[in-house]
Design a protein around this ligand. Structure first.
Ligand code: CP
Length: 350
């Protein structure tokens, strides 16, 4: 089965919401096929032989970088790592500095002449914690590059993570319809973007799951994303509910995904917020909710749920060792799926 090769040729991979449910299911099947071949040591090196992926990382990474590099090797191509320290920092016109930055329009059109796709990771400090700035930057690349642009996580979306996750649910749970999926906030001290929870609730509702979004007051997501989730639930036969009670959310769940993100009140965004990120306020909000940890007592409320996390996990804050190392944790298979899901995406669009 290689009917997925080139099926979406030229499309950007910036988020999942503009892709149909059928498109996403095609990509899941492709990812499963590529995973099966990888495990059986069947070569897939003809798929992207001699192709180049440029990867610009404004933020650190373990899984994303290695899954793209390993994935491109397996597909017969090359993934080229670029950090902003080693190039002229790609910048929007309003951020330009002589001989330090380079206008994105120019960077994108140069790389366009040399390779086959551009992948970018940009959030947090690199996007000044101004919600949407990272995603706007990726859109600017996509505007100027004729080759596809791939989102390796920005400040709004992490669509590669979402694809790996729905592949893992397909493989472990077996179906989406009628299955309860809980995306829950969990305690941590660090500043973290909203990209993972937002992409996860969007893709789970698009697959028709019964999605419960649990968060303490102050940890709401972008209102626009919530609106899309409700529309997905109506259209694809699932449901979408919000609650501020973690235990209640876990009751009867088939999949739980507890992870931390920063309180909106501490970040500049369409909801208002301070002009600069307020780290002290973020910690105050988080510290009031230390009981939001995924432990065995909460797992016992579920319907023998699978435990998921994008990783890295903050052990002892977001989750106990007992749960993440326990029999219902699928986090390492989920991490491995990053490579297969991204191989599927690259095979389809490059
Ligand atoms: N989940 C994820 O994107 O991991 P990295 O930050 O290690 O790439």
């Amino acid at each position: 089965m290689t009917s997925y090769v080139g099926i979406f040729k030229g499309r950007d991979w910036l988020e999942t919401q503009s892709w149909s449910q059928e498109d996403l299911k095609t990509l899941i099947e492709a990812a499963k096929d590529l995973k099966k071949k990888y495990k059986a040591k069947v070569s897939t090196a003809d798929i992207l032989r001699d192709r180049t992926l440029f990867m610009i990382f404004f933020n650190r990474s373990l899984r994303t970088r290695n899954s793209f590099e390993g994935g491109m090797t397996q597909l017969g191509g090359h993934a080229h790592f670029l950090s902003p320290q080693d190039i002229y920092v790609p910048a929007l016109p309003e951020d330009e500095e002589a001989y330090k930055t380079e206008r994105i329009a120019d960077v994108a059109r140069c790389l366009n002449e040399m390779g086959d796709a551009i992948a970018i990771r940009l959030y947090g400090d690199a996007a000044k914690w101004q919600y949407g700035r990272g995603h706007r930057t990726l859109r600017e690349f996509a505007k100027w590059a004729e080759i596809p642009v791939i989102n390796m996580e920005d400040d709004v979306y992490h669509p590669c993570q979402a694809m790996a996750d729905i592949q893992a649910i397909d493989e472990h749970v077996g179906k989406f319809q009628g299955k309860k999926y809980v995306m829950s906030w969990a305690f941590s001290e660090g500043l973290k973007p909203l990209a993972v929870p937002q992409s996860c609730v969007l893709s789970a509702t698009k697959m028709g799951m019964d999605v419960v979004f649990a968060r303490p007051k102050g940890f709401e997501l972008d209102d626009k994303i919530i609106e899309h989730c409700k529309q997905n639930a109506d259209r694809f036969g699932g449901s979408f509910e919000e609650t501020d009670n973690m235990e209640e959310a876990f009751e009867g769940a088939h999949v739980v995904y507890p992870k931390s993100w920063t309180a909106r009140a501490a970040l500049p965004g369409p909801w208002g917020g301070p002009p600069e990120p307020d780290k002290k306020l973020a910690l105050e909000y988080a510290s009031q909710n230390k009981s939001w940890i995924c432990d065995q007592a909460k797992m016992d409320l579920t319907s023998n749920a699978f435990y998921m996390h994008c990783l890295p996990a903050d052990r002892g804050m977001e989750v106990t060792d007992e749960v993440i190392d326990g029999p219902r944790s699928i986090v390492f298979d989920e991490a491995g799926n990053r490579m297969h899901a991204q191989k599927a995406i690259m095979s389809a669009i490059m």
